[in-house]
Design a protein around this ligand. Structure first.
Ligand SMILES: Nc1ncnc2c1ncn2[C@@H]1O[C@H](COP(=O)(O)OP(=O)(O)OP(=O)(O)O)[C@@H](O)[C@H]1O
Ligand SMILES: [Mg+2]
Length: 171
């Protein structure tokens, strides 16, 4: 299990980190975006998609459609399960409607999708709101396929998170 905490002190930093992360994603990557309303999951997704050549303005929250598909260098499925109340509402969907094994899958409010997954490479990103402009990104994965991402991030010189005020992150 690898993890990393990165401070996102501005929209610009969020954009930079998301684009950096996008470079380490691969066919079949599943990015689960955790965090409260307004923490920045869609904002982060725009920059991830931009890293794949998708116009970020075309990336909008698929809250009512459940999934948007963006053709970039890879096909990106952008899923948002906020409006679902129970996994029963997913019964009309096949796994392949929501998860793109041949491209990238990004999921906001992913909890109900966990039952669709077994050993896929999942990258968990939990965004915490610290202030109007500042967020803290908690990254975690138990898939070895993200080892290079975590190794590279450890080399980067990020603004250091204040570990005194670290909360217990629940994914
Ligand atoms: N450092 C930052 N990183 C990301 N977003 C930020 C940052 N600072 C301010 N923001 C703002 O926070 C808001 C995040 O909204 P966004 O729609 O991305 O949240 P969300 O997590 O997708 O919400 P929801 O759960 O409703 O889908 C945006 O208005 C964005 O401009
Ligand atoms: Mg959103």
């Amino acid at each position: 299990m690898l993890n990393q905490i990165i401070n996102l002190n501005s929209l610009r930093e969020t954009d930079r980190i998301a684009k950096l992360i996008s470079k380490y994603l691969f066919k079949g990557s599943i990015i689960m975006l955790w965090g409260k309303m307004g923490s920045g999951k869609t904002t982060f997704t725009k920059s991830l998609c931009s890293g794949f050549g998708v116009n970020p303005e075309k990336v909008t929250s698929p809250t009512y459609t459940l999934v948007n598909i963006y053709p970039g260098n890879l096909y990106i499925f952008h899923v948002d399960l906020f409006r679902l109340n129970s996994s029963k509402e997913l019964e009309d969907f096949d796994r392949s409607d929501l998860i793109n094994d041949n491209g990238i899958t990004i999921i906001e409010w992913p909890k109900l999708l966990l039952s669709f997954l077994s050993d896929e490479p999942v990258l968990n990103l939990n965004i915490e709101t610290l202030s109007n402009k500042a967020r803290r990104l908690n990254m975690e994965s138990s898939s070895k396929k993200f080892d290079t991402l975590f190794m590279s991030l450890k080399q980067e010189n990020f603004s250091k998170p204040n570990t005194d005020i670290l909360s217990n992150t629940t994914f």
